[in-house]
Design a protein around this ligand. Structure first.
Ligand SMILES: C/C=C/C(=O)SCCNC(=O)CCNC(=O)[C@H](O)C(C)(C)COP(=O)(O)OP(=O)(O)OC[C@H]1O[C@@H](n2cnc3c(N)ncnc32)[C@H](O)[C@@H]1OP(=O)(O)O
Ligand SMILES: NC(=O)C1=CN([C@@H]2O[C@H](COP(=O)(O)OP(=O)(O)OC[C@H]3O[C@@H](n4cnc5c(N)ncnc54)[C@H](OP(=O)(O)O)[C@@H]3O)[C@@H](O)[C@H]2O)C=CC1
Length: 447
């Protein structure tokens, strides 16, 4: 049995769940990996010069054993997330440390501690097998998977699954990720595939959409409400393209920051009106490596007030980190919120704390999304309220180039990867719903 036979079953309209259950599984499959013996390959280089094309490999790997509560999924498509960029440049840590730590947890988790790491935290595909104890999903089900892996043995995570002490991001802190022909997930990561989308469209939103949902909309994050002025950094990027949609759909007022006129146009086409091109306007929040320039924070704040009729920001959607954080804290209104989920430009932030405490502002740390938030975020995609922001699609063997593009900020929105899917555009089941949203679905394509 080969991956080709699985693909034939997926492509046949007559295949039943029983047919999928009866398909023998292949012994091996193709997967995107990084190698443990290469973790030092970029030693001494600047972050920007570390090239994912050199560290990312396409390997034939053995099929992992299926455990209780788990599912093996035939992956039709996946997407590139920035966490795969971090893995591929071995920053801020090598992810092999995460796999070793997970491997120490139990006999079963030992499977994850391997000399190669199969990466990727999104997928759209078809369930092939489920392990003991899985009743909600069956072979043949068309699914997407969110990337929250938790053990749920501690009460710490029982109200909010992100607080589980054994919380991990699948395909980053666990092995057997989505940039592969077959992936291993916990069955409670599975969600129904939005039926009006192709495989690659369905695989694109997962991680960033769920993260933006918690960070901006959920009460665990900023709890955005109608009329809020929301400053969105990287508003046409992975996270930002969903934050912008959430702000617009929720009746808030997004102030979108981007770095080119082309990206400004994308934000305009989503419906945003307040757009700041940080390149054209030349903000320099840092005079040198160690000194910020509060005059530039003020210039930025004045520009925001021009758009808002003099109002300041209720919520900052932060992720660039060191470069922007001082400005983000400054431009937030009294009692406002800075919600952060990342530090792309550096994790040692500096800001003037007087502007935080004297104006009673709050900084909220946010990370991915709990089970329920991920489900709600996917539901919004399925209902056509929020749309994928897929721009370009690569083949599995070109994943290194795709990750390079994201690392160098050469991409728009989300970058997709075809895994088993032989071409783009397959997997659409509800053509009528698709037709209703086709312009929004294609908004980021080929720009
Ligand atoms: C969904 C997508 C998301 C993204 O894209 S996010 C962006 C990508 N992700 C990242 O860049 C994050 C990568 N992760 C990290 O950088 C590290 O992961 C952390 C800095 C978050 C954590 O560092 P670590 O060294 O893994 O963990 P420690 O918690 O510092 O544990 C080390 C030892 O320190 C002990 N410890 C922890 N807290 C305390 C404390 N408060 N007082 C005393 N000790 C403490 C622990 O127990 C443990 O000990 P013991 O080594 O013996 O097990
Ligand atoms: N904790 C979590 O759960 C998650 C964390 N992340 C992290 O968030 C970060 C962003 O991810 P994602 O949105 O997918 O990445 P993208 O690269 O797709 O988008 C980020 C955008 O941020 C802008 N940006 C980058 N650097 C700077 C800077 N120095 N100053 C101002 N703007 C900047 C760029 O937009 P422009 O050039 O147009 O301004 C860029 O397009 C990554 O570090 C990622 O690891 C992502 C998802 C989940």
């Amino acid at each position: 049995m080969t991956v080709k036979d699985i693909l034939a079953a997926i492509q046949s309209p007559d295949s039943t769940s029983e047919d999928f259950a009866a398909l023998p599984l292949p012994e091996s499959y193709r997967a995107i990996t990084v190698h443990k013996d290469e973790t030092e390959m970029f030693a001494g280089l600047e972050t920007r010069d570390k090239d994912p094309r050199k560290s990312i490999h396409l390997d034939e790997v053995p099929l992992p054993e299926l455990g209780p509560g788990e599912a093996l999924v035939a992956v039709m498509a996946s997407s590139v997330n920035y966490n795969s960029v971090w893995t591929s440049i071995f920053e801020p840590l090598s992810t092999f440390g995460f796999l070793e730590r997970y491997g120490r947890l139990s006999e079963l988790t030992k499977r994850h501690d391997l000399p190669y790491h199969i990466i990727g935290s999104d997928l759209a595909g078809v369930v092939l097998r489920t392990g003991p104890g899985v009743n909600a999903w069956r072979p043949g089900d068309e699914v997407v998977a969110h990337c929250l892996s938790v053990e749920l043995e501690s009460s710490d995570g029982h109200n909010d699954t992100m607080l589980d002490p054994e919380q991990r991001i699948w395909g980053f802190e666990t092995n057997f990720g989505g940039l592969a022909e077959i992936a291993l997930v916990k069955s409670n990561q599975l969600m129904p595939k939005p039926d009006h989308l192709s495989w690659e469209e369905a695989a694109a939103p997962g991680l960033v959409n769920s993260t933006a949902y918690r960070q901006l909309v959920s009460r665990n994050g900023a709890g955005m409400k109608q009329g809020d002025n929301v400053l969105i950094w990287g508003a046409s990027g992975g996270l930002g393209s969903y934050a912008t949609q959430f702000a617009l759909a929720g009746g808030a007022n997004p102030i979108c920051v981007v770095s080119s006129e082309q990206k400004a146009d994308i934000c305009r086409s989503m419906g945003a009106e307040a757009i700041i091109d940080r390149s054209a306007e030349g903000y320099k929040f840092w005079k040198d490596e160690n000194t910020q320039d509060p005059k530039e924070w003020k210039r930025f704040g004045k520009r925001i007030r021009e758009f808002t009729g003099g109002e300041d920001i209720d919520i900052v959607f932060e992720h660039p980190g060191r470069e922007t954080f001082g400005a983000s804290v400054y431009v937030t209104r009294k009692g406002g919120t800075i919600t952060t989920c990342a530090s792309t430009s550096g994790y040692m932030h500096e800001y003037d704390n007087r502007y935080l405490w004297m104006s009673l502002k709050r900084i909220i740390g946010s990370h991915f999304a709990n089970y329920r938030e991920a489900w709600e975020a996917n539901r919004l995609i399925a209902k056509g309220k929020i749309h994928p922001t897929l721009s370009k699609v690569y083949s599995l063997q070109d994943t290194g180039q795709a990750a390079y593009d994201v690392h160098r900020n050469l991409h728009q929105g989300k970058v997709g990867v075809l895994c088993m899917a032989p071409e783009e555009g397959l997997g659409v089941r509800d053509h009528e719903k698709r037709a209703k949203h086709i312009d929004a679905i294609n908004r980021f394509r080929n720009i």
